[in-house]
Write a protein that binds this ligand. Sequence first.
Ligand code: C2E
Ligand code: MG
Ligand code: MG
Length: 721
Amino acid sequence: MATPPARSRRTSLLSTGELDRARVLDTLVNNLDGMAYRCLLDASWRMIFVSQGCLTLTGYRPDQLVDNATVAWESITHPQDSARVRSVISAAVRQGQRFAVEYRILTQGGLTKWVIERGIGVADERGELVVEGFIEDVTEQHSLLEAREQAERRYREIFEHASEGIFQTTADGHYLAANPALARIYGYASPEALMAGLHDIDRRLYVRSGQRERFQQIMTQHGAVLNFESEVYRQDGTSIWISENAHAVRDPQGQLLYYEGTVQDISERRSYQEQLERQANHDALTGLPNRNLLGDRVEQGIARAARLGYNLAVVFIDLDNFKFINDSLGHDAGDELLKEVARRLGHCVRGSDTVARLGGDEFVLLLTDHYQSTTVISQLRRVLEEVSRPLHLVGREFQINASLGVALYPQDGEAAASLLKHADAAMYAAKDRGRNTFQFFTSELNREADERLNLENALRQTIEQNALEVHYQPKVDHRRRIVGLEALVRWTHPVYGAIRPDRFIPIAEETGLIVPLTHAVLRDALAAAAEWNRLRATPLHMAVNLSPRLFYSGDIVAQVSDLLAQTGFPADLLELEITENVFIGDSDRAVQTLHQLKELGVLLAMDDFGTGYSSLSYLRRLPLDIIKIDRSLVTGLEHEEDVAMIARAVISLGQSLRKVIVAEGVENQAQFDFLRYQGCNEFQGYLLSRPLSHADMTRLLEAGSALPGPAQPNSGFAPLR
Ligand code: C2E
Ligand code: MG
Ligand code: MG
């Protein structure tokens, strides 16, 4: 073992008492991993003393270093680090402070090692300034640290520069981390702005409500979410489509810490997909569904109609003489015409219906949710009318007609293919019949449609010519005294003879003719009542029936109030009879109209009570004065206990609501007696009188106010009015 001269110099100065301490230090210093040293502050860091650790640290033996025998510390120090090392050490020594500096050295074997040198400037035995310290190898820690830093840098790079958005969010919808791409995707200036601005992911991010909940559900079930596609809002309120991949991060106890995952903007892909789908399912010229999509819709329609018991109509439309226009005016004009027809057809259908173009001049309508085949007819008429309205092409006015063929589900086919085929066949029949018309696949329906069309035209004419008649049926009190009349419309057709209201009122309702019809009846009834009342001490009430349709079209309130004003008829003598069907539509609107009518001072009667959907709650809600018990609760009540029971219950219900109760359809004395005994206030029916013409009614009233019948026992029922 080489003994450096410095050491011998130093030992010689020690006292005997301190020798042991020096030996201990010696052992320590020489056995520590690292190198203890004393050096001068000169340009080459000349070593005066180095411990045994020198060999392991540098590859040089201590004697090779001391006094620069073989090599100086300055040249062992990595050239890139030496200036820094010198400045750190010099500064510390100047200030009399300890230093610690990390740098590289080059070993004898040519290796680079990282070391940390700790030391202090001290005065040596002769008062000369020297540096004493300890240098140890930290290469291993250093490379570990460096590896960690490098890894972190790499991950940060990925996080910062990824094209996908990366996030960590808490279960309650707050961001823990977000990368710049995510901020960019969601339209924020920076990840910080995103994290500060986007709370409540559930409502602020997802367009579709409940989407966050679905995300969490999948997460709970599978621990991860894959390709989860959603529409989301960007910061500026526009929306985009994204796809998320995420998983749940849990602590060792399995407690959820947060979700982390990636976000991809897939708007472009979505819109491309949508475009492809549109192209596959829509006609390029008109944008209407094509044959493909129509097939799907018909199938869906069939499924729905089967479930709900509805009818479905498939209407094949072919334009008459389209080929002529196309050939003579050119294809551009032909295209324009097809687009216009497509638009017009769109106006003829409801939201749930479909207008499709099969190609050429062939269109198909799918009409859904019809309760009856008859209601389809008015829609078909509208189609014919709309299509044949004049249109302008290349500066000229044209008119084009269409031929329509109709197949109905379920009677004409139970599958999409057969319905389309049959509608097509019916369309050819329409062409044969002279175009601009429609034909049903089933001939029975064609006959009905023809008849209806004839009736409708005849009815329109009759109304225009003021040729409808009104008959009047008396209502009597318990002593058979006539207290009121009901106006009932009558129509006698020159060919068909008398047509029952049950047959023509629905047609009037469907075609809107009910408005002028009601006007005519009201006008005649008020005039007649005014005439009859002029001669009477107790004036008669006049009842007029109002169709439910009137509550949704036209202005029935204004019509009634105008007529009352024109005739001067007392409002409180007019009774308006409605049925429960008025509430099938927008019942709020119907209720409102009833209140407005009531404000005119008229009386309101619920007709045919006991046959409708009879919700008892509306009885309290409505401003009703009168309840007319339906004929079906009167017919047979003298034989059938349950009919009698229901009639009794309805009467007592009406009484407790303090309504005037009228029984209609009273045909025999037994019924009359029973109803009177139960407390009905008024009676109407063939027993008392059939509806009479104006002239017959005048005669009857002149004969006296009580109708003939068996002797009247004093029943003791007080009439309500
Ligand atoms: P409603 O308002 O319930 O009229 C009573 C119907 O029962 C009338 O039939 C009447 O002739 C008939 N009737 C009266 N007593 C008896 C009887 O004892 N036995 C039998 N079997 N029948 C009796 P009508 O005149 O054929 O009218 C039928 C329905 O047509 C009316 O039922 C009403 O809903 C409607 N209607 C009649 N006229 C008009 C009107 O001017 N406007 C509106 N919107 N509907 C009307
Ligand atoms: Mg009535
Ligand atoms: Mg009735």
